[in-house]
Design a protein around this ligand. Structure first.
Ligand code: SF4
Length: 385
């Protein structure tokens, strides 16, 4: 398949791995991927275990559903219980446990909760059913925020009074700052998120290199993209420099997508954001601007929401900070599975625990040796090396 196969070529992957193994690292290093799609690709293609001795790759807060705190799910559940309210959401959020229930369970019990594939579907629903108050659950990073912003602006332009957004959007650079500042997280560099970077641009990570000496490389999502980015990261370490490099030039520019940034800025303003695993990070969220308050579900519907309570044994907060790997959670593959998730990281298709469960649980050795991605894709990059 054009534009895919050329980024999965086993011989090219083997050559990259060989180059990676030739890099002389002065000491063991840990890199972190901060994108759920990277996590899935890394697990699927067995890249984590293919890395040379002394190089470790851990997952960070890259899954938007996973970093959404339990209180936000509780807030959505409280709105769903109001008469006349229809909740619209992407499917990933449905099964994320709240303190006492989930959107999926609330729907089974009669709440009007509908899965949509885009914010524009929610907008269309509001037009079709003017008697319902349609609330879209705005969860996601800079990648999804522009389309939600566009929907808000459209609703205002149309005076669509029954369309609302509950904004829990998050910005990616602030938690990366929190990670390099945290004493218990030892990350030498980041595999920077491809999708988010298409919007914010690669220069958005400059502060990490300049202020904290963290190596940064923006990566695409195919095995060769990721291996190339890891090679660039390793070379930065070997050469004792910290820089921002872009290994995803076919989609990411230094300054990002200015039009998307402008739409976002018209609808949202930075606000403190609450993250699972991090607590409140200053200016890491997006609040709906006062001019659009009529469409802000957090202002339009006054509901009581408690502090939120995660499953006491769930280690998602540490998983999201790269401090523990999913198998270190006592519930992993025992009490917590994709069909019976106890935490958000097992629910989402981009969750770290889900990725480990699906691809690395039964074949932990496969992460060190040749393997084929599930579903019979091309051989892993290890083959033929
Ligand atoms: Fe939470 Fe389940 Fe992951 Fe454990 S395995 S950290 S309970 S999602």
């Amino acid at each position: 398949m054009r534009y895919v196969d050329e980024f999965r070529d086993p011989a090219a992957a083997a050559a990259l791995l060989k180059e990676l193994r030739r890099v002389r690292l002065p000491e063991p290093v840990t890199f972190m991927e901060v994108c759920g799609s990277h996590t899935m690709a890394i697990s699927r293609f067995g890249l984590r275990g293919s890395l040379p001795e002394g190089m470790r790759l851990v997952s960070g807060p890259g899954c938007p559903v996973c970093v959404t705190p339990v209180r936000s799910v509780d807030h959505a559940l409280a709105l769903a219980a109001l008469p006349g309210v229809t909740i619209t959401t992407f499917g990933d959020l449905l099964r994320v446990p709240g303190s006492t229930s989930s959107l999926e369970r609330a729907r089974a019990e009669g709440a009007d909760i509908r899965v949509v594939y885009s914010t524009l579907d929610a907008l269309a629903l509001a037009r079709r059913e003017p008697a319902r108050k349609v609330v879209f659950l705005g969860v996601g990073f800079e990648t999804t925020a522009p389309t939600v912003a566009a929907a808000l602006l459209e609703a205002r332009a149309e005076s669509l009074e029954n369309f609302f957004v509950l904004s829990d959007h998050k910005l990616m650079p602030p938690p990366m700052r929190a990670l390099v500042e945290a004493p218990d997280v030892r990350v030498r560099g980041f595999l920077c998120p491809g999708h988010v970077s298409t919007i914010i641009g690669s220069e958005a990570y400059r502060f990490l290199a300049a202020e904290f000496g963290a190596c940064c490389v923006v990566a695409g999502f195919e095995p060769l993209d990721i291996l190339r980015a890891l090679l660039l990261l390793a070379r930065q370490v070997a050469e004792d420099r910290a820089d921002v490099e872009n290994a995803y030039g076919r989609a990411v520019t230094p300054q990002g997508n200015r039009a998307a940034q402008a739409v976002m800025a018209r609808a949202f303003e930075p606000a403190d954001g609450a993250w699972r695993g991090f607590g409140v990070i200053p200016a890491s969220g997006l609040a709906i601007r006062a001019e659009l308050a009529a469409h802000d579900a957090s202002r339009a519907f006054l509901v009581e929401v408690g502090a939120g309570r995660d499953h006491p044994a769930c280690r998602c907060p540490e998983v999201l900070r790269g401090v523990v790997a999913p198998p270190e959670c006592p519930l992993f593959a025992r009490g917590c599975t994709p069909s019976e998730p106890k935490g958000a990281c097992m629910v989402s298709s981009e969750g770290t625990c889900a990725a480990y469960y699906r691809y690395e649980r039964l074949h932990p050795g496969a992460t060190r040796t040749a393997s084929r991605p599930a579903g019979g894709g091309p051989p892993s990059p290890e083959a033929g090396s």
